[in-house]
Design a protein around this ligand. Structure first.
Ligand SMILES: [Mn+2]
Length: 427
């Protein structure tokens, strides 16, 4: 028996965080999320899988119109024609209460109840799938604890959208412990919610987050796809398959090797070529960060706009490369108190990455800023999106870069430049 496990498709989630400029591969990125679902169905058909397991957040939220639902239905129809079953649960993004439009799905698709856990048994396959969807966005209950015991003589799969014990701030999403899952006696837990692929447990039972199907912004870098499960009796072989149509990457350039802006640009172009090779023919949105103590520090900051556009120009010579953003995160090469300074900058960056890693902490921080209160009324709402997790992350990155430069650089020179922080907010 073969199964294909995917999660967090987020169909028709808006494209964010990419500044448009001539030559950027915009159309490829706009259609990428749908393209990745098409790839998932292609893989299911090529591998002749028996069932596809979708562990929540198929949709990004309520449909703008029926085309979102029609696209998904058409893909499910392709699976139906090949006799492939589909089991799906709702997650926090597509919780029952959030989706106001609905379409009937083909009869090969089973959508699990959001009221209580249930089991679907395919006796012809010897497969039992247990699951429950999200009724509301915030599910604080441990759903897994109420899942039924394993069914003898079948391959048992648990389908669940959960943050597991997760980081602080994720506890609203059906939290549970690994022991709650292992206690059910299943063979495989098909989880969703965490967008980075993670094999929580590699057997007895397997517990897997497949990661999302397609990266959607600069924090979802690297290969994305689904997990193929091959069952030979009770023995499972589990493997990741890339299904993403476009890719996101981050090139960190050690600018300590650059004496000036020109040589920093040379290093960046080298890294851009390498990143394009790694993307394996896919369009790539690349963030370029200059880091480290550098003789080019001040010039990189002063000429940020030119540096960004030089790299955009250079990207035009490489097929399908979009320069998502250029970060000047360097420090002064030499300082009278170098030891203390680099320790300070190191400490600042460590604190920042701890805060940045937790969306809930970052949200609290941004919402607490007195300057943002009522700002929507006076600034174009496109520029300030306090409710947007991705926007908050970007504005935080900008703030950390600026602070690093102020600590390590020439405070007066930088602080006096107009519009320094957050100019990317208009992206
Ligand atoms: Mn989710």
């Amino acid at each position: 028996m073969k199964l294909l496990h995917a999660a967090d498709l987020h169909i028709d989630s808006p494209l964010r965080g990419l500044s448009r400029y001539p030559g950027a591969p915009e159309q490829e990125f706009r259609s990428a999320v749908r393209g990745a679902l098409h790839n998932l169905v292609d893989l299911a058909l090529d591998e002749a899988v028996d069932a596809v397991l979708l562990a929540g957040d198929v949709y990004d939220g309520d449909w703008k119109d029926y085309r979102t639902g029609l696209f998904f239905t058409a893909q499910m129809q392709r699976l139906r024609e090949a006799g492939v079953k589909v089991c799906m649960v709702a997650g926090n993004h597509d919780a029952q209460s959030k989706i106001t439009r609905e379409l009937r799905l083909p009869d090969n698709v089973h959508r699990f109840s959001t009221a209580k856990p249930e089991s679907v048994v395919y006796d012809d396959l010897g497969l039992a799938v247990h699951g429950q969807g999200f009724a509301e966005r915030d599910i604080t209950d441990n759903l897994a604890a109420a899942y039924p015991k394993a069914l003898d003589g079948h391959l048992n799969i648990g389908l669940l959208h959960t943050a597991l014990e997760g980081a602080e701030g994720h506890k609203t999403y059906a939290p549970c412990r690994v022991e709650d899952l292992t206690a059910r006696g299943y063979d495989y837990w098909a989880l969703g919610h965490i967008h980075a692929r993670q094999e929580v447990r590699r057997g007895d039972p397997w517990i897997v987050f497949p990661g999302n199907l397609q990266g959607r912004h600069a924090r979802e870098t690297g290969p994305k796809g689904a997990t193929l499960i091959t069952a030979d009796g009770p023995r499972l072989t589990v493997e990741h398959r890339d299904l993403d149509v476009v890719r996101w990457g981050h090139a960190e350039i050690d600018a300590s090797r650059a004496a000036d802006v020109e040589s920093a640009l040379g290093l960046a172009e080298e890294a851009m070529r390498a990143a394009v090779r790694d993307a394996d023919g896919r369009p790539l949105a690349l963030r370029v960060s200059f880091t480290g103590p550098s003789d080019a520090h001040e010039a990189l900051w002063r000429d940020r706009e030119r540096v960004e556009n030089e790299l955009r120009g250079a990207a035009g010579e490489l097929d399908g490369l979009w320069i998502e953003k250029v970060r000047a995160a360097t420090t002064h090469a030499v300082h009278e108190d170098g030891g203390t300074l680099s320790a300070l900058v190191g400490d600042l960056r460590a604190t920042a990455s701890a805060v940045g890693a937790d969306p809930a902490v970052l949200e609290g921080l941004v919402r607490g800023l007195p300057g943002l209160r009522g700002v929507g009324a006076v600034v174009d709402a496109e520029d300030v999106r306090v409710d947007d997790e991705e926007w908050r992350a970007r504005i935080f990155d900008d703030a950390v870069d600026l602070l690093t430069a102020l600590v390590g650089g020439d405070p007066a020179g930088i602080a006096n430049r107009p519009g320094t922080p957050g100019e990317e907010g208009a992206a």
